[in-house]
Design a protein around this ligand. Sequence first.
Ligand SMILES: *[C@@H]1O[C@H](CO)[C@@H](O)[C@H](O)[C@H]1NC(C)=O
Length: 460
Amino acid sequence: WEPYCQYHHLQDRVRITADIPPRLEGTWVSTRCEVRPGPEFLTRSYTFHPSRQFRLLQHYYTNSGCEDPAYSLTIRGKLRLRQASWITRGGTEAEHHLSKVGIVVHSPGAMQRLAARLPPVCVGLAMGRMVPGRMYELYNSRGGRACLAALGFSMMEMGLVRVETQHSNHGGKVQELFLGDVHTDWTQRTHYRPTGYQQPLQNAMHHVHPCPVCALVYRSSEQRPPVLPRILAAPLTLGGRWVSQRCEARPAVLFLTRDFTFNPDQHAWEGIYRHYSDPTCSQPTFTLTASGHYAQGNPSIKVSGATEFVFKVTQVRVTALEESTAKVLNGTRPGNCGQAGGWEVGVEQDLTPTDGCTVLGIKLPHKEYELFKIELNHKKHPLLFIGERPTDGSSPDRPQRRPTSFQAPMVLCSGGETLPSHHHASNSKQVQLAVSGTERLAQVALLLLGCVLCSWLCVY
Ligand SMILES: *[C@@H]1O[C@H](CO)[C@@H](O)[C@H](O)[C@H]1NC(C)=O
C-alpha cells in the first residue's frame, strides 16, 4: 500500500483542531452542488453574527449540477449553543429560533411546481400571482408553519454543530462547519434530531484553494442565486483503490474511514471499514473487511449523472482492536459469530463459516441497492460518491430503498490495482452482509461496554 493511501497521512501533515464550544462567526459556503435525500439539489451560504443572529441562504435547483435555480430561501433567526453532545463525540448541541423565512422564485416553471406543493393559504398570496425575482414572506414569528411544512423545510440541522480547523505546516488554515445530518426518510426530516453530519461548509475566508464554487456561492444573494458551471461527466470507471479523505462520522456514534478496491474485470470488490471511538479517528475499535461482487445497472433517473448498482458480499472478516470489543464478540453463542471463544485483540476472524454474525446484525442472504457517481474535482482528480446509508440504520436491501444522496466522496489513490487472488477463491458459499452491521457493532460496542463513553464523559 502506498503511504499516501492511508488515512493517517492527513493527521501527520495537517493538524486538526475543533473548539468546544465552536466559533461560528463568519460566512460558510458550499463547496459543490449538494445532494440531499429526496433528492434535493442545493447550495448554501450561512452567515453567523457575534450576536448569535444568523442569516442563511439556501438555493434550490431543478438538476443535480445546480445549474438551473428554482428558488432561494432566506432564513433569519438566532442560534443558542447548548452543551457538548453526549451522543456524537466532538459535536455541540444547539437550539435555534426562526424569526423569518423568505422565498424568491427564479422562473415561471419553478413557480408552477411550487404552487402545486404549497397550500393555498400560504402567506395569504395566491402562488399563481407570484412574480419571479421578488421576495415573499413564507414565515414570520407570528405566522404558522404550514408553508414551511409543505416544502419539507426544516432547520433541524442546526441541532448539532462542529467546527474543524485544519492547520497546515505552511501556516495556512481551512475551517469547516459541520451541521447535523438530514434524515434520509422524507417523513422524518422535520423532527429528526441529528446525530451525524452533512458534508461540511467551508469558511469563506479560510477555504481550500482554489474553490470556484465557494466564490460563486459567497457572492450570491436570494435575487442572484449562484449558477454552477457544468461539471464534465466523468466516466464511471471504478477500477482501483478509493479511500476516505477524512475521518467520517455516521449517525449514532460512529467514526470510520472507508477503503474500497474494485476490480471491474471480475466484478469484485473489497471494502475495509476501520472504526474508531473518537472524531479524529485516532483510537481504533475494530476493522471490518467485506468482499464480494457487484453489478452495474442503469443511469439513475432521480439523480442525473449517477448510476445504479447492486452489491453482494461473499466474505466478511472482523478484527477487534480493543479489549472491550473482543469481549463482546467472544461472548456470543457458538455458531453465531465466527469462532466462539476465539476472539482476541488484533486477530482477524472470518465470519463466513457462521453465515455472518447475529450480534452485529449481519443477516444472510442479503443484497444492497446502491447509487454511485464519479465527479472530477478542480484538479481533475476523480472523486467517488457512494450512496448515503439510511439514517435509521436499516439496509437498502430493496430497490425502493436505494439511496438518493451520497456519503463523503472518496479519492482514487492508485489505478488498476487488483484484489489479492484469495478473495476470488472462496466462492463456495454466499455470505451476504448488511453493511449496516458495521454501524450495529459500533453501537453494541459502545452501549454494552459503556467504557469508551465513560472515559470520555469523565474528561468533561
Ligand atoms: C475468549 O474466550 C475464551 C474461552 O472462553 C477465553 O479463553 C479467552 O480469554 C477469551 N478472550 C477474550 C479476549 O476475552
